[in-house]
Design a protein around this ligand. Structure first.
Ligand SMILES: [Zn+2]
Length: 192
């Protein structure tokens, strides 16, 4: 058996492999130092992500927080229709330029579909893992956000708008930084 892929390691850890495959993996692990180490690293990450605290969010938590942070601007900016328009325009432009360059439309669309499907196939398993980790991360961040929002509401009465804006910006920067660090840890862990 060849060395294990990251996907196989995760499937093995989550006991999602068939019994025959699992026993092949087990045999390989006995003889391969490198894979055993890789498995242990993933096991640590896996256990860590499972043991993050479960945290129950109060009802309407996200809405209330957003209302506190963006009291006036909320619901003014509708990004979904803009994004949809941009995506479909991009798609139409691609199709038209392909047709103009003399490619046959069905063959072209088939090629696009195959590329997209290949991409989805390659990334989906990793995406699922990333989502699982992210959900736990989001729970922690929500707790953090709630603390911040409580702070904000107690400050709102006494401080000026500029200070509110500065503290919101700092919070956002901190959040992005945290997200970025976690992303680096998990993604560089994957592609190694
Ligand atoms: Zn190996």
């Amino acid at each position: 058996m060849k060395c294990l892929t990251v996907q196989q390691i995760y499937l093995y850890l989550e006991e999602e492999l068939s019994p025959e495959k699992a026993s092949k993996v087990k045999k390989h692990l006995v003889s391969c130092d490198k894979c055993r180490r890789a498995l242990e690293e993933r096991r640590l990450l896996h256990t860590a992500s499972l043991s993050l605290p479960q945290w129950n969010v109060p009802p309407n938590f996200a809405e209330k927080t957003i209302e506190k942070i963006f009291p006036v601007e909320k619901r003014k900016f509708r990004w979904a229709p803009i994004l949809a328009t941009a995506c479909s325009s991009l798609f139409l432009i691609t199709v038209f330029s392909a047709v103009l360059q003399g490619q046959k439309l069905p063959a072209f669309l088939f090629g696009v579909l195959r590329t997209v499907w290949g991409f989805i196939e390659k990334t989906s398993l990793f995406a699922v893992k990333l989502i699982k980790v992210s959900v736990n991360l989001v729970k922690v961040l929500q707790r953090f956000l709630e603390m911040i929002s409580q702070e904000l509401s107690s400050l709102t009465g006494s401080l000026g708008t500029e200070i509110q804006v500065i503290s919101i910006s700092l919070t956002l920067i901190l959040l992005f930084l945290t997200a970025f660090i976690f992303r680096r840890i998990f993604i560089t862990g994957e592609t190694k």
